[in-house]
Design a protein around this ligand. Structure first.
Ligand SMILES: Nc1ncnc2c1ncn2[C@@H]1O[C@H](COP(=O)(O)OP(=O)(O)O)[C@@H](O)[C@H]1O
Ligand SMILES: [Mg+2]
Length: 384
């Protein structure tokens, strides 16, 4: 009698008054009774609900049998009335047909969580510091690599340029003296050294662009003339490949402020690509026209075309598409990325239109001088 009275008073203490979560469930985990504190905290009637429903499972689904088998207490999070999770230290007691679950928001566990948070925080700071150190190291290495490529390319340019000039001379002499075999050999030699020179020029530009020190030497330029001279340069290769290279009817254009050498490189890369990827017998057309605020240069080919899904590769350094040159000529994948950088440095933009089996057109827009940015601003400032 006595012990029954004590039990029922303890029971009412735990379920009606104590500040911790208390549940009685059946063996399936259905809540039969929940303490008043639990229902207030969770904010709803809990009898009849599966115990697992009140938990937030970050790692894996809650399993009552496993919880019973595990020794000691376990940390479980419960969704509160305000939607936020709170962690409790749960103890499960197997009472045969019934199971008693007690969840205690003890000070001790909060403190453990707190200190593990502090430890994690410290670890994150350490990792962060290490990352910063590595970034600085990588930047240094990258700079070293750029300098290495830059010096090598620079040192190769002169001797190869020498061979290029010499092979041209020898080619002309062999042609003049009617020695066909040597004329052919020297033409071939001139072609490959020209290709190497182009590669070296691109490497040097890529290094300059990457280090962010590209500087333009602007001068008033007749774009039509620049195109004509570039087409002349590329005609030798085009002829050798049996490709027609034309300039479309040129309308007069206003002079624009350009870095001539760099714009040569832009035209050369676009025209040589069009020639390089087209099949024998094909035609490449270069044109320039005036639009309201820009001059647009177009290089159009009837080559293989580029799949639209590969457009994003075009202007990325060292990236090539699945389109290959019909005679297997290699490349570095640098050309178009350089073209884009130079065009943008001029305040312009580049676009591509292409259809597989039909051909490709690259267009470059170069802004015309406006009233706010007159082309000869530098001169008028000097004089004023
Ligand atoms: N006119 C073109 N027609 C078809 N594919 C082209 C054309 N121009 C460029 N491409 C594709 O874009 C890639 C990148 O061109 P580019 O940057 O000039 O590098 P590279 O000529 O050294 O390969 C080329 O490898 C080729 O796959
Ligand atoms: Mg190219």
């Amino acid at each position: 009698m006595h012990s029954n009275a004590i039990e029922s008073s303890l029971f009412s203490l735990v379920f009606d008054q104590a500040s911790f979560l208390a549940f009685v469930t059946d063996r399936e985990g259905t809540i039969l009774r929940a303490s008043r504190y639990a229902e207030e905290l969770i904010g709803r009637e809990l009898s009849g609900l599966p115990f697992a429903d009140i938990l937030i499972n970050f790692a894996q689904a809650f399993n009552l049998e496993q919880a019973l088998a595990a020794a000691g207490t376990q940390l479980l999070s419960v969704t509160m009335q305000n939607g936020k999770p709170q962690t409790f230290c749960f103890h499960f007691d197997d009472c045969g047909e019934r199971i008693l679950a007690l969840g205690d928001p003890t000070h001790h566990d909060n403190e453990a969580l707190h200190s593990s948070l502090i430890a994690l925080n410290g670890e994150v700071s350490n990792l962060n510091r290490e990352l910063q150190k590595k970034t600085v190291e990588l930047e240094k290495l990258n700079e070293l690599k750029s300098r290495f490529i830059g010096t090598t390319a620079h040192d190769l340019r002169n001797p190869i340029g020498g061979i290029y000039g010499l092979s041209k001379l020898l080619m002309e002499e062999a042609t003049a003296s009617g020695d066909e075999r040597y004329a052919e050999i020297f033409t071939e030699m001139r072609g490959s050294t020209g290709f190497m020179l182009g590669l070296i020029e691109n490497l040097l530009s890529a290094v300059t662009i990457e280090s962010g020190v590209m500087q333009l030497t602007l001068e008033a330029t007749d774009l039509n003339e620049l195109i004509a001279s570039n087409v002349r340069r590329n005609r030798i290769v085009a002829d050798a490949r049996g490709i027609g290279l034309h300039v479309a009817h040129a309308e007069p254009l206003p002079a624009i402020q350009l870095d001539r050498l760099k714009m040569h490189q832009v035209l050369n890369n676009l025209i040589s690509n069009a020639v390089k990827f087209s099949a024998r017998g094909s035609v490449v057309t270069v044109s320039a026209a005036r639009e309201s605020t820009a001059v647009v240069v177009a290089v159009e080919d009837r080559g293989p075309g580029i799949p639209a899904s590969e457009f994003q590769k075009l202007f990325t350094p060292f990236q090539q598409t699945t389109v290959r040159s019909p005679d297997g000529e290699a490349g570095s994948g640098l050309g178009l990325s350089i073209v884009k950088a130079i065009v943008e440095e001029h305040g312009g933009r580049i676009g591509v239109e292409s259809e597989v089996g039909v051909g490709t057109t690259f267009r470059v827009w170069l802004p015309l001088p406006t009233a706010r940015h007159p082309a000869n601003k530098e001169f008028s400032n000097d004089q004023g």
